[in-house]
Design a protein around this ligand. Structure first.
Ligand SMILES: [Cu+2]
Length: 375
């Protein structure tokens, strides 16, 4: 993020007291009512209607839900590229398209997303330390905004963003050597970066250490993000983005993989059998919140905090909850011993009411030696 963009984001005019939030004469409802009462007291007995105007206290409902451009905004958590393995560094080519789409945020609500390749998060990218990647970003014709990509895995100004800033209908490319292993966020950083992140423009790039990561039975891809609309999460209709709530860091939705229910719907859950090893690449795009990532009923056998998977960083073991900063990631591994359903949550638990939950479904034989009723 550049200093220029920070200043711009700070001085952006907000809609904190937009028309929907105002009472009569452009004042907040309580102030308007107070003025009405004062006018009655000074009016020399004038006949003033003291009945509060209900319309001043009732925020307008959202506009109707819009037709959607995509059936599913949430990236499938099983959509993970193959492991790199033990290979020499090579040159990789990555093509990504910025797409602005209307999609369902929750049942009965839509949101105007800005995406990489039409999903949130965008595609998981994967290479190894020492690889060179040539990234071509295309900004789809018909989009309204300029877009770019700041790769936290890229060494150099803006994480590559200045080389990849594209106007709608255009493409640009940049080449970068991946100097550090790790699990890294990438995100759009165009003009007002948090605005673009709050519309869904982010993903993970995994840079494996030399020799690759040890094999596991399942790998999954989960990225948390917070979204800000002018309405309540339960208001059905089109949920338009709201600057005021974003600046207050008061999200309407906190979700894994793009929407409410993205990782709990049928066919989109994380799945494993008892005894199998599960690796989850977990990112937190923010733009505001820090995540306390937790799986209810399980412990992480191994955790690489901050996504620092360099060979010389041993994992933490037997961890209950992983703190993931905004703009950060972690790699966690676990084996489920007992069959059943396990909820993925942000353990700032009221966020579950805003959508921050997923599901790990484990099949296998019961283990009464570990988990059983006692009577
Ligand atoms: Cu963007």
């Amino acid at each position: 993020m550049t200093h220029r963009s920070l200043r711009e984001s700070t001085v952006r005019p907000t809609r904190a007291l937009g028309p929907n939030r105002l009472g009569r004469r452009g004042l907040p409802p309580m102030a308007a009512l107070l003025l009405t009462l004062l006018a009655a007291g000074c009016g020399g007995g004038a006949d003033v209607d003291m009945t509060p105007d209900a319309s001043t206290n009732e925020p307008e409902p959202p506009p109707p839900a819009k037709p959607t451009d995509v059936d599913e905004i949430g990236r499938d958590p099983a959509d993970v590229p193959s492991p790199v393995g033990d290979r020499a560094p090579q040159h990789l080519t990555i093509d990504i398209t910025a797409r602005e789409v209307i999609a369902e945020m929750s049942h009965g609500t839509t949101y105007g997303y800005w995406t990489f390749d039409g999903t949130v998060p965008g595609p998981m990218l994967r290479g190894r330390v020492g690889d060179t990647v040539t990234v071509t970003l295309t900004n789809a014709r018909g989009n309204s905004m300029n877009h770019d990509i700041d790769f936290h895995a890229v060494t150099g100004p803006g994480g590559g963003a200045p080389l990849l800033t594209v106007r709608p209908g255009q493409s640009r490319s940049g080449s970068f050597e991946l100097l550090h292993p790790g699990v890294f966020i990438y995100h759009c950083a165009s003009t007002d970066p948090p605005l673009h992140i709050a519309h869904g423009m982010y993903g993970l790039i995994v840079v494996e250490p030399e020799g690759g990561l040890p094999p596991v039975d399942h790998e999954y891809y989960v990225v948390q993000g917070d979204f800000y609309s002018a309405y309540d999460a339960t208001d059905l209709g089109h949920q338009t983005y709201d600057d005021a709530r974003a600046l207050r860091e008061d999200p309407t939705f906190v979700v894994f993989n793009g929407r409410v229910g993205s990782l709990t719907s049928a066919g989109r859950q994380l799945e494993a059998r008892t005894g199998e090893t599960i690796r989850i690449f977990v990112g937190n795009a923010g733009p505001n919140l820090v995540s306390s990532f937790h799986i209810i009923g399980e412990m992480f056998d191994r955790v690489w905090e901050y996504g620092a998977i360099s060979d010389d960083n041993p994992p933490l073991r037997s961890v209950q909850t992983v703190l993931i900063p905004a703009g950060g990631a972690a790699m966690v591994e676990l084996t489920a011993e007992v069959p059943g359903d396990y909820l993925l949550v942000d353990h700032s638990l009221f966020r579950v009411h805003k959508g921050a939950e997923g599901l790990l479904h484990v099949t296998g034989d019961p283990r009464p030696d570990i988990y059983a009723p006692a009577n």
